[in-house]
Ligand binder design. Structure first.
Ligand SMILES: NC(=O)c1ccc[n+]([C@@H]2O[C@H](COP(=O)([O-])OP(=O)(O)OC[C@H]3O[C@@H](n4cnc5c(N)ncnc54)[C@H](OP(=O)(O)O)[C@@H]3O)[C@@H](O)[C@H]2O)c1
Length: 397
């Protein structure tokens, strides 16, 4: 029998506790032994909680309890969560987390700590919630030289863009609807400005290419500058606007960035709407595979957490090779990324733009603006030439 403690009993932690208690039989069958919830560390005691009898208010009780084999961290952020995870690993307990910020910003030190203490540190739920991506990337696709991992990594922004494109809503209306439905936080900055997708992209980049990427070192543009006119132009051009987090190797250079993209309507990623996430992996042997499904939510995310727990319980003593190494070399600057770009300019700028960027395939003008797709150029040129820099977005193909 293995005993589990959960730190943080909110949306995800509550779901994990529920699965451990109420899906105990299937978890035992798949893990090969009983997996029992032993303690829950919370900030506030909630007497009405079905898990109230497990509550402890001092993490030392978990840290010092030799009966606890594994700690699930679902607090979020990097202050208390980092303290709890560090203490658990040092106490020789495996850790499973859903916390992308923690993994993106402190992954290196936590991998080293897990290794030094002979325990595992797994984080499948930190990217794309319930969709199994990290495990397949590092194991099932292990025969491949990975060339690209790109995805719709944030459900809130995908919902907003879908509402704008499919239902003609303005950005402001789509955002307020997302908040009303509980998809977006009251402060939506981390989602709409691409910060959340950036953390996930750094994790995917680390696993795909084995080198640490700091969220501070990558180009990040969210969706706050996408407007209804861009959505109309995309539609007219047979494309969708998607916020993509991408990491790839191009001409020997490693890239990692987050940006709105235009995606051909026929592409797999274009069909992923609303709060769903999807990750497209390109590998030397497999070609292209798409992982899609619920990228967040109580039970989808808890499902990924419990999957990691089962993996650890089932493979006692096996150190999971999940992680990456320190790397002095930062990813290549986004300005060097070579692609076709969507640009949008006032009609009067047409000739000037063609002189600077070469051949552009223009769409019919709307509201005094022209939008078009350039031939392949470097991002720096596209952004530098555009009078409205935010509207030079790569075409995903
Ligand atoms: N929600 C999702 O769909 C989702 C999906 C994928 C990954 N994640 C990640 O999962 C993690 C948890 O997210 P969540 O949505 O479950 O958050 P949440 O609902 O806000 O839950 C956080 C929990 O941590 C507790 N907590 C906060 N500060 C604490 C402290 N100082 N000491 C002890 N407990 C503390 C909170 O207690 P109180 O109840 O007292 O506030 C709450 O129970 C985050 O890293 C998030 O990025 C979430």
């Amino acid at each position: 029998m293995k005993q589990i403690a959960i730190a943080g009993l909110g949306v995800v932690g509550g779901g994990v506790a529920d699965l451990l208690v109420n899906h105990a039989a299937v978890i035992e069958k798949n893990a090969g032994e009983e997996v029992r919830l032993k303690a829950v560390f919370t900030r506030t005691k909630k007497p009405d909680s079905p898990f109230a009898s497990y509550f402890v208010s001092d993490f030392s009780e978990i840290e010092k309890n030799p009966e606890i084999d594994l700690v699930v961290e679902t607090i979020g952020g990097c202050s208390v969560a980092l303290d709890v995870v560090t203490r658990a690993l040092k106490a020789g307990k495996h850790v499973v987390t859903a916390n992308k910020q923690l993994v993106a910003e402190h992954g290196l030190e936590l991998f080293a700590l897990a290794k030094a203490n002979g325990v595992n540190f797994l984080f499948e739920a930190s990217v794309a919630g319930g969709i199994p991506v990290l495990n397949p990337l590092t194991r099932c696709l292990g025969a491949n030289e990975i060339t690209e991992v790109s995805g719709i990594l944030n459900g809130t922004t995908n919902y907003i863009l879908t509402q704008m494109l499919e239902n003609g809503e303005s950005y402001a209306d789509a955002l307020s609807n997302a908040q009303r439905l509980g998809y977006a936080e009251v402060d939506p900055t981390a989602d709409v400005e691409g910060i959340d997708a950036a953390r996930k992209s750094c994790i995917l980049s680390g696993l795909a290419f084995g080198k640490n990427v700091s969220p501070d070192d990558i180009h990040v543009e969210g969706i706050s500058k996408v407007d209804a006119l861009d959505a109309q132009f995309a539609e007219a051009g047979g494309m969708k606007i998607k916020l993509l987090g991408r990491t790839l190797v191009q001409n020997g250079k490693r890239f990692c960035f987050v940006s709105p993209h235009l995606v051909k309507s026929s592409a797999l990623l274009a069909g992923v709407n609303d709060v769903f996430n999807a990750v497209c992996v390109r590998g030397s042997a497999v070609g292209e595979v798409l992982f899609a499904g619920p990228g967040a939510g109580r039970y989808p995310t808890a499902s990924a957490v419990v999957g990691d727990i089962i993996d650890i319980v089932k493979n006692p003593g096996r150190m999971q090779p999940a992680g990456w190494e320190a790397c002095a070399e930062k990813p290549a600057d986004f300005s060097q990324f070579h692609a076709r770009f969507y640009i949008r300019v006032p009609e009067s700028e047409k000739e000037a733009m063609e002189r600077q960027l070469g051949k552009i395939t223009w769409l019919p003008a709307r509201a005094g603006y022209l939008a078009g797709v350039t031939s392949p150029i470097e991002a720096g040129r596209a952004i530098g030439a555009s009078p409205r820099p935010a509207s030079a977005w790569p075409i995903f193909e």
